[in-house]
Design a protein around this ligand. Structure first.
Ligand code: FE2
Ligand code: FE2
Length: 354
């Protein structure tokens, strides 16, 4: 059980916030705290970091970047956000958050996130960092792109590709299941989805024996594919249950929005751009935004679409438990005429065995 030998460091931008978080934690954990931009006595190792800073203030972000540099190896980095705003969420992940809590500070929720998966046999503060490094780098890259699109600032395409390459190395070395577990443990929502799609597309490519340059196309397409969601309102993006017709129409703008955000970037190839725009097209012409038919749908898109649907089915959402991989694969098999049959058959071993 966690206790005072479980050490948490708090960073906040006001002394009131600092005191609030400290009070919520200090009966249960060893706590140190610092005011953003100030100084503090720190331990050499922490199990968790809790950040309660207003991320709408540009100066705070610069100051946090400086502070967080020395905590990059802390495996649990919880950000408290008082508002559920796209930009703040993207910014938090871009700064390396592994979990977010929104709304007023809630002691029960905070303690439960801290206690989550902390057991007597839990690894020491630094043991699992390397295992998660690619996931952290990937989430940071994706979140940075989302923040850039929301802010109207340039997108770091090459940084994102480098992150994709790290993910490919990790999956080639450790396999898909490790990746799925690491991503689900630490990330949520759209970032979890993009990381899962990337891992699944890479593993699908590896299982098909594709050369490295094709794997690169796949991970780039997967990392960028849902970038258009950066400007879709969160209440629609994260809505539990069915969307109405108007909400669906808004969601369905995301492939073209992503394409528009990337199309003038010289570092994006035409194949990747095509995949961003067309990852919701189906062979029978029933997809969107361009209702393409089979002959106009590339192999990269076909692989990405299968990986995307499978990933959406198996991901953890706050409002629904993740679907078992067998069941998700059965759904893919039932999508007659929409997906390439031989590819779905080849996907079987990725879906069930890898
Ligand atoms: Fe999408
Ligand atoms: Fe997607």
């Amino acid at each position: 059980m966690a206790g005072t030998n479980f050490h948490v460091h708090i960073v906040a931008d006001t002394s009131v916030k600092l005191a609030g978080v400290r009070t919520a934690l200090e009966r249960k954990y060893g706590v140190t705290a610092e005011l953003l931009g100030g100084t503090s006595v720190r331990r050499s190792e922490y199990h968790a970091l809790v950040v309660n800073v207003d991320l709408r203030v540009v100066e705070n972000i610069a100051a946090l970047k400086k502070t967080l540099g020395s905590f990059s190896r802390v495996r649990k980095r919880i950000f408290l956000l008082d508002q559920t705003v796209h930009l703040c969420i993207a910014q938090a992940y871009a700064l390396g958050a592994t979990s977010l809590l929104t709304g007023p500070v809630n002691q029960t929720k905070l303690l439960s996130v801290l206690a989550d998966r902390v057991s007597p046999g839990a690894p020491s503060p630094t043991e699992t960092c390397d295992e998660n490094e690619a996931a952290t780098v990937g989430a940071t890259a994706i979140a940075s792109m989302f923040a850039a699109v929301a802010n109207g600032t340039p997108i770091d395409v090459n940084g994102t590709k480098e992150a994709g390459s790290k993910i490919a190395d990790q999956i080639a070395e450790k396999g898909l299941s490790d990746w799925l577990a690491a991503v689900r443990r630490h990330h949520e929502g759209t970032y979890q989805h993009c990381l899962l799609v990337t891992g699944i597309a890479i593993d699908f490519g590896l299982s098909l024996g594709l050369p490295r340059r094709d794997i690169e196309r796949l991970y780039s397409a997967a990392m960028f594919h849902d970038l258009g969601k950066a400007t879709i309102p969160l209440p629609i993006l994260d809505k539990p249950g069915r969307l109405d017709a108007q909400e669906r129409a808004i969601i369905e703008t995301h492939p073209a929005l992503g394409y528009d955000a990337l199309k003038d970037n010289k570092n994006i190839s035409s194949e990747v751009l095509d995949a961003v725009r067309h990852h919701h097209e189906y062979l029978d012409g029933s997809g969107y935004p361009d209702a393409l038919c089979a002959e106009n749908i590339s192999d990269v898109v076909r692989i990405l679409t299968i990986s995307d649907i499978f990933s959406a089915l198996i991901e953890d959402r706050r409002y629904k438990p993740s679907m078992p991989r067998e069941q998700a694969y059965d759904i893919l098999c039932g999508m007659q005429g929409k997906l390439e049959k031989p590819l779905v058959a080849s996907f079987r071993q990725v879906a069930l065995n890898r």
